[in-house]
Design a protein around this ligand. Structure first.
Ligand SMILES: Cc1cc2nc3c(=O)[nH]c(=O)nc-3n(C[C@H](O)[C@H](O)[C@H](O)COP(=O)(O)OP(=O)(O)OC[C@H]3O[C@@H](n4cnc5c(N)ncnc54)[C@H](O)[C@@H]3O)c2cc1C
Length: 313
């Protein structure tokens, strides 16, 4: 970030917030395990009073503060990486939708009227893959998620997250939020399945925001948007060789801002002939969604409804 995208406004500090008291010991034990077994000592348990000093909401009972993580402006980060790639000689063709590929050597690719021959192909479409490759689709499922940005909050911002950490909570349909550099609340919450977005995206994410911060009821929503991410059943990313010259990295399950960068690096190493780190990730099994590519939708929707109901227990 410092080298290629300083304008991404990186801010250190992440908080995991537990919405049920019974989950707090588990979070604290998780931090201890990371410290004792993996030597990661930047996670600190938070009691109820400690989390309420950091997050101005009565919704949380405890959690963990991670000083080793942080948050940033993802578009500026992507633009910074694109600039660095372009400066290194990469040619980027935006708005060039790939319609088909052949599993040959070289790979043949059709994008509109363009025909491309390539020695290697990386499927890096994550949740946007659609049915382009049914083997990947059986393991990586698209889910839509939504964000609202309020108007700048002025002094209220410092009451809600005085330390400017990013917060993600323990709900299955997760709430995650942070303050932007200009003091807006950026609040993510609400999900939907399938490639269609709800007509009123702002309402979708505003509802969970008001459950956490009721004092924002009168605050104007300046922007609302959604996107599609790729999840796996295990919530571990999915790395795989599809053919000797085709590979895929995706299924980051909502953690791709950092991990997709690593995924790209490992895929580039693999194409360059040093596949050790890519192969290590590819050795982590990705269970298929029941029903494969065709029947996964109804099964997933049922499972998601069940788990989201459990958020209320
Ligand atoms: C609302 C929302 C909030 C999120 N919040 C977080 C967060 O807080 N932290 C976090 O770590 N992650 C978060 N994520 C997930 C994160 O955005 C993704 O994990 C990450 O973007 C994955 O990067 P990627 O490069 O693999 O895929 P993407 O960024 O999805 O890029 C895939 C690209 O492939 C292109 N593509 C697809 N099909 C084709 C085709 N046929 N031809 C040509 N191009 C194609 C798409 O146009 C797209 O540009 C969030 C996602 C959403 C939607």
């Amino acid at each position: 970030v410092a080298r290629h995208a300083p304008e991404a406004d990186f801010v250190p500090g992440l908080i995991h917030a537990d919405h049920r008291e019974r989950l707090v010991p588990h979070s604290h034990a998780y931090a201890e395990t990371l410290r004792d077994i993996y030597g990661y000592d930047k996670m600190h348990p938070l009691t109820r009073d400690e989390i309420r000093a950091r997050v101005g909401s009565e919704a949380y009972h405890g959690g963990v503060f991670d000083a080793g993580g942080g948050h940033l402006h993802p578009l500026n980060y992507a633009l910074g990486l694109a600039r660095a790639a372009r400066d290194a000689g990469v040619r980027i063709f935006e708005r060039s939708r790939v319609d088909w590929v052949t599993e040959t050597d070289p790979v043949r690719i059709g994008a509109g009227k363009a025909r491309i021959r390539a020695r290697h192909l990386i499927w890096a479409a994550n949740g946007y893959l659609g049915e382009m490759d049914r083997r990947i689709a059986a393991q990586v499922m698209p889910i839509n998620n939504y964000i609202v940005a309020t108007e700048p909050l002025g002094a209220l911002a410092d009451k809600l997250i005085p330390g400017r950490e990013a917060v993600a909570d323990s709900k299955f349909v997760i709430n995650y939020f942070r303050l932007s550099a200009d003091g807006r609340m950026l609040f993510g919450g609400g999900e939907s399945y399938g490639y269609r977005f709800p007509a009123d995206i702002a309402a979708k994410a505003r509802r969970p925001m008001l459950e956490i911060f009721p004092e924002l009821a009168e605050v104007k929503i300046d922007h609302a948007w959604g996107g599609t991410l790729g999840i796996t059943r295990s919530r571990m990313p999915h790395f795989e060789w599809i053919a000797p010259n085709i590979l895929t990295a995706g299924g980051y399950s909502g953690h791709g801002v950092a991990m997709a960068t690593l995924g790209g690096k490992l895929a580039a190493e693999a194409i360059g002939g040093t596949a050790g780190r890519f192969d290590l990730m590819a050795s982590v099994p990705t269970p298929r969604f029941p029903g494969g590519a065709a029947l996964r939708w109804p099964m997933l929707v049922l499972a998601m409804i069940w788990f989201s109901l459990r958020d209320r227990l």
